[in-house]
Ligand binder design. Sequence first.
Ligand code: ADP
Ligand code: MG
Length: 393
Amino acid sequence: MKLDVNVLRYLSKDDFRVLTAVEMGMRNHEIVPSELVDRIAGLKHGGTYKVLKNLLKYKLLHHDRSKYDGFRLTYLGYDFLAIKTLVNRGVFTGVGRQIGVGKESDIFEVAQEDGTILAMKLHRLGRTSFRAVKSKRDYLRHRSSFSWLYLSRLAALKEFAFMKALQEHDFPVPKAIDCNRHCVIMSLVQGYPMVQVKQLQNPETVFEKIIGIVVRLAEHGLIHCDFNEFNMMIDDEEKLTMIDFPQMVSVSHQNAQMYFDRDIECIFKFFRKRFNMTFQEDRDEADETEVEVDENSRPSFYDITKDENALDRELEASGFTKKEQNDLDKFIEGGLEKSEDSDEDEESDDEEQTAESNEEENLNEMKSLQLQEEEQKSSDGVEAEAELDDNEK
Ligand code: ADP
Ligand code: MG
């Protein structure tokens, strides 16, 4: 998907007001009925409908009229809301080129007023592991707000909270600058993901440093769970920076041992293959060794779990609530445990089924809409006005 930020310039105050209204409607509706958008936005003389057309043209909304006439935000629409908020806050002034495409994110450069370049990560949960969400359908059924919007927002919130905490504990991570919706702003890391590196001056040192980071993480109560050559950046001085944390779990997690072993194994495997390194366990088989690491055995998880630096608990006390953590875990664990390559056909079947069951839900929702709205109007009114105004600055 393309992020054409030029469109930002053509969007008026009313455009953002209506876009925000759709976002607010999505808290309770997967597809937000047009009348509801109109009621939340509160534009005069049927203005909402004209604006909706404009937003559709720029693909910021998706129009769904299968069961009733309604709208939902596209990722692009959500991107624009986050970008607009962050620009209003003065975090950055312009969006530049795309520098990364992750499994479930897009990374862009953004520029601050003084020319400083930062990295903007837009989380896109559900892009590849949509099935993991669907497999939790029973769970979803009772949660209308559980959607890619919500999950991507949680992933960003978690990543931001972890980045800050890890930095405070001197882990080599990017500097966390700000966060809004599904978007995290962080310092731009110089260098490249390890996966692009063909040669190292000091492979043993780099290897030891990396293992050291994983071990120290566990000592602090955390397991990365996606620790591989894609999520470790290295510069020309062979300085390391760890990125990508939304899937981290606590050492108290029931599968902690497995995730830890898998992270460690991943590193061993990479250094063995890429830099021809051999380890104790390989020696019997190896005839000749180009590089040899003097290592007795691989770190063992239970030896290193200390209690005094429980970052996992510290994080629980941060802005990221236990409930949010649980919601995100339910999604991510589905993704962590499923096999890497998913079956496309099966996936689209699933998608259809979900669409059907969602529609059913939506119809029911429509029926109780009137009631709900009467209730909400009184309580949300003040909040809604404040939120809409916030985006109009
Ligand atoms: P995902 O969660 O989707 O895997 P990552 O956080 O791993 O996303 O980022 C994807 C890619 O974007 C990385 O491999 C890296 O090349 C680039 N990237 C991410 N964060 C930064 C950053 N702070 N500075 C520079 N490049 C980055
Ligand atoms: Mg990654």
